[in-house]
Design a protein around this ligand. Structure first.
Ligand code: MRU
Length: 405
């Protein structure tokens, strides 16, 4: 992708006009979908997902610090969207890189971004990919020129954006035929959680686009309500019938015989197929097993972490207790109560029927299948990922050298 390539139209900084026909949700028109990240003419704008479904407002970002804040505060969320946003954040920050200090300035910005949220591996993956691109530019041991570094980080971010949408479409094509009957999904793994199209919702969309007709059940997804606020909004826009259930209703729903398949996204899937996703996913997987319902995971290879042998190695984020004690800013829990509030859980591989990746469907031997899927998606770049620890050491050494200059 050239440096002038546009990956999204310029944001209109105003709320969408509700129509009475769509009960406040404008349907997606031909060729235009939900776009959480807009990058045009070097400007990065994020759809503020905290305000959805009531308002469509956009926030413009200027560098690594405000990009990290937007990720931490959930302006943008969902593993692939977080990764792509961080890549653009580095491209924005690159405009401030100093002559002779490019690698050191990059590492400083990378640290700020990497600390924003711990669980979604896409964040570390995107930063690492930018780091590798920069290192290749500095391969002769010379500090890259700031302008060249900025150009490269920008085109790499644009590539990541385009690749994410393509991966989602490929996953959709791979998984669509396996969905049967009505489908249950959890959290939001739609276009909003990605550069576009969606992972789990991408599979649902692809199945719908093939002409299969079915309903989708979306969990509310306590405590942050991504299902109630975001998934239901996206599905209404797509014209796919959606029924909202609270998380506690999932057992009764699966026992009712209405659901033919469960499909969810993932923030990080370990080498053995253990799947980390939004809190409550594990409960759904156990219930799906109990009722003989297939449990599918849509995992772009950017969400697969071969460096984590099992789910036990995955860091689980804990966010503010207020997400549990409050709803919409209003306290609902008694003062003085303690809160247990992991934001994610791990579903053991044995409960997962199949994993959809952009390289195809992985089943059975996840260790082998996921390693193959990653190698096939990344091609020669996967060798760089394997060499990651060494490469990072090399960048740090180069950064130290550059800082001393
Ligand atoms: O806390 P969030 O909203 O970032 O969590 C998002 C999820 O858990 C999604 O299911 C996951 O990122 C996959 S999205 C394609």
């Amino acid at each position: 992708m050239g440096s002038s390539r546009t990956v999204g139209p310029i944001a209109k900084v105003r709320a969408a006009k509700p129509t009475s026909k769509s009960r406040g949700v404008e349907p997606i028109s031909e060729g235009r979908g939900v776009e959480p990240i807009r990058w045009k003419a070097g400007r990065l704008r994020l759809l503020d997902q905290r305000k959805l479904p009531h308002k469509e407002t956009w926030i413009e970002l200027r560098g690594a610090a405000d990009t990290a804040r937007a990720i931490r505060d959930m302006v943008v969320r969902g593993a692939p969207a977080i990764g792509v946003t961080a890549a653009f954040g580095l491209a924005l920050e690159a405009r401030r890189f100093r002559v002779g200090r490019v690698l050191a300035d990059f590492e400083k910005a990378a640290r700020v971004l990497a600390e924003a949220r711990p669980t979604a591996v896409n964040l570390a993956w995107a930063i690492e990919r930018q780091r590798q691109a920069l290192l290749a530019l500095a391969s002769g041991g010379e500090e890259p020129a700031p302008a060249a570094a900025a150009r490269l980080l920008r085109t790499t971010a644009e590539d990541m954006f385009a690749e994410d949408v393509a991966a989602n479409r490929a996953m959709g094509a791979a998984g669509a035929a396996l969905l049967k009957g009505d489908v249950l999904t959890h959290c939001n793994a739609g276009a909003l959680a990605t550069a576009g199209y969606g992972t789990a919702l991408g599979v649902i969309r692809a199945s719908w686009e093939k002409g299969r007709r079915f309903g989708v059940y979306a969990t509310e997804t306590r405590p942050f309500l991504q299902g109630a606020r975001l998934t239901s909004w996206e599905l209404v826009k797509l014209g796919i019938p959606v029924t909202l259930v609270t998380d506690g209703m999932v057992g009764a729903l699966l026992a009712s015989g209405r659901i033919g398949a469960v499909v969810v996204g993932t923030d990080r899937t370990a080498a053995n197929g253990d799947v980390c996703n939004k809190i409550g996913t594990y409960t759904i997987a156990v219930l799906a097993k109990r009722h003989g319902i297939p449990f599918y995971v849509a995992a772009p290879t950017s969400s697969i972490d071969l460096g984590c042998a099992t789910g036990a190695d995955i860091p689980i984020e804990e966010r503010s207790e207020r997400e549990v004690t409050h709803i919409g800013g209003k306290r609902i829990a008694a003062r003085g109560v303690s809160v247990f509030h992991p934001a994610f859980d791990v579903t053991p591989a044995e409960l997962v029927t199949a994993i959809f990746t952009e390289s195809g469907v992985v089943k059975g031997d996840y260790k082998r299948g996921l390693a193959r899927a990653v190698a096939s998606a990344r091609g020669p770049a996967s060798k760089a990922a394997v060499a990651k620890p060494r490469a990072r050491k090399a960048t740090k050494a180069a950064a130290r050298k550059s800082a001393r200059r």
